[in-house]
Write a protein that binds this ligand. Structure first.
Ligand SMILES: [Zn+2]
Length: 508
């Protein structure tokens, strides 16, 4: 039976599947089963990746505060994500193997920690550890549940993916092509395209070039996508009824969501907007066709792109940041967390150094208020529930399609004037602590006070690039060379352009 949640808190979320804001309801009363598309562990995750992960975290924590029992699962993709997976047929090279080759070729600082940089399993383990470390620093709750709720794709090939592919073949939703690969037949699923708008007519028309129809001549329809790729030369490989090989990326999420959440229909599935097509469109097709259910996830929620200083983040522009780049610059992880959740998830986010500064001061304000309440109350906390006027307003904002900025406005109004809605410091402390279940900006390990908020938001390379440009303008080539060497030593590739020197942090 479907529960409407008016008895708890009316919640409305934008559902990508229906392109509209809908009342949120769960399959089982009081319980939320949620799957978030996780990282492909072939490199350090960047701030754009983490925007989506922190969105999933805020969503989970909000639902928990609202009274739901939330089971969250986030996968670790450690095989089968191809370099050409932005088109729906799994062409190109496995990202893990490509990374292994890359790391082998350039064994630079940082990767020295990898025992075997040419082994994709070692690469996966190295970047999984790095991801978990970053996620924990940013208080992403699922990282603490890694052992149970963060399935690794390589561990689910035999018992989940292969049986699911077999079911799809048995039900005529998939076929073995002349080249030996197994493809999903998009024509067998009339709903294909509902999520993304890339319906079969659309694909056949070739509009937008969303599918490749040249190099996979053995496919029945250009939109058919890879489920199994026989390849005995692939390092990560498994026996299957279709030969030794490895699974496609899309089948991983369908299979792991079902295996770990232990149900055919889940409540929420999230990802970045670049996951909508082909990845999530393909997941829906596979899951519905193998379970026979009309739905895979009831709600599909997607974060928009992240820009840096108004432009697309790219390594060549030198505006590409991993979490550790920022932490290395002295930015407190809690500030990064705040910066990444403060904009609405359905608007493009512009990540700026000024924004980080603003986030730092916002976090400090919340911490100062909590410290004051703790001092005044002698660290005594009274119990408050969700009917407390501040908590209620905070939750109501989040219930409005996760309106974080509205919820933050409630927090700042409250800390400016705590006496208006609370009668004692211990009540005020309880309110701010409860709110912090979602925000997670208060404590870390330091307590409220004297938290080092060392926010040096000037990129460490900026001043040096400027110095280099000045030296060159003054024809002081000795200094220019010295600064260039210094940047190289710090791990930057230095490029001279018309606009001046650009220093790009080398991939570790
Ligand atoms: Zn996925």
């Amino acid at each position: 039976m479907t529960q409407t949640n008016t008895d708890i808190l009316p919640i409305n979320f934008y559902n990508t599947l229906t392109h509209s804001v809908e009342p949120f309801c769960t399959v089982e009363p009081g319980k939320v089963f949620m799957y978030n598309c996780g990282p492909t562990v072939y490199d350090y995750a960047h701030i754009g990746n983490f925007r989506a992960f922190i969105f999933g975290d805020i969503l989970r924590r909000f639902l928990e505060l609202a009274g739901y029992d939330v089971t969250q699962v986030m996968n670790i993709t450690d095989v089968g994500h191809m370099t050409d997976d932005d088109i729906a047929d799994g062409g190109g090279e496995d990202k893990m193997e490509a990374a292994a080759k890359r790391l082998k070729e350039s064994k630079k600082s940082g990767v020295a920690d990898i025992d075997n940089p040419d082994d994709p399993y070692a690469v996966a383990e190295f970047f999984t550890d790095a991801f978990l470390e970053d996620a924990k620093k940013l208080s992403v709750a699922i990282a603490e549940e890694h052992d149970t709720n963060m399935p690794h794709a390589t561990a689910f090939v035999e018992n989940s993916m292969i049986p699911m592919i077999q079911t799809l073949i048995d039900n005529d939703h998939a076929y073995v092509a002349d080249d030996g690969a197994v493809y999903f037949s998009v024509e067998s699923f009339p709903e294909y395209g509902k999520l993304s708008g890339n319906t079969l007519d659309h694909i056949r028309g070739g509009a937008g070039g969303r599918v490749e129809d040249t190099h996979q001549a053995s496919k029945r329809h250009p939109g058919d996508f890879l489920l199994w790729k026989p390849d005995t030369t692939h390092i990560m490989k498994w026996d299957s009824p279709w030969g030794v090989g490895y699974p496609g990326w899309h089948i991983e999420c369908s299979a792991m969501a079902r295996s770990v959440l232990k149900r055919d229909v889940i409540d929420i599935h999230t990802g970045g907007e670049d996951n909508i097509f082909p990845h999530h469109e393909c997941e829906i097709a596979q899951s519905c066709c193998s379970t026979g259910q009309a739905h895979f996830a009831k709600f599909w929620m997607h974060t928009r792109f992240l820009l840096v200083e108004g432009t697309k983040m790219s390594k060549s522009k030198g505006n590409f940041y991993t979490i550790r780049d920022l932490i290395d610059q002295g930015i407190d992880p809690v500030v990064i967390r705040y910066e990444l959740f403060k904009a609405h998830y359905r608007s493009n986010m512009n990540f700026t150094m000024q924004g980080l500064k603003d986030s730092a001061s916002a976090v400090q304000k919340i911490r100062n208020a909590a410290a004051k309440f703790a001092d005044q109350s002698g660290n005594q906390i009274t119990q408050v529930d969700n009917n407390h006027p501040i908590i209620k307003r905070f939750l109501e904002c989040l219930a409005d399609d996760l309106n974080v900025s509205g919820a933050l406005a409630v927090v700042f109004e409250f800390i400016k004037n705590p006496d208006e809605d609370t009668s004692t410091p211990s009540e005020a402390l309880a309110v701010i602590e409860k709110i912090d279940h979602v925000l997670c900006v208060l404590k870390q390990k330091h307590g409220y006070k004297d938290v080092p908020m060392s926010v040096h938001v000037v990129n460490e390379s900026e001043a040096l690039c400027k110095q280099l440009d000045e030296a060159r303008a003054n024809k002081d080539y000795a200094t220019a060379d010295k600064v260039r060497d210094q940047l190289n030593e710090m791990g930057y590739d230095v490029k001279t352009t018309k606009e001046g020197t650009i220093a790009t942090k080398r991939l570790a």
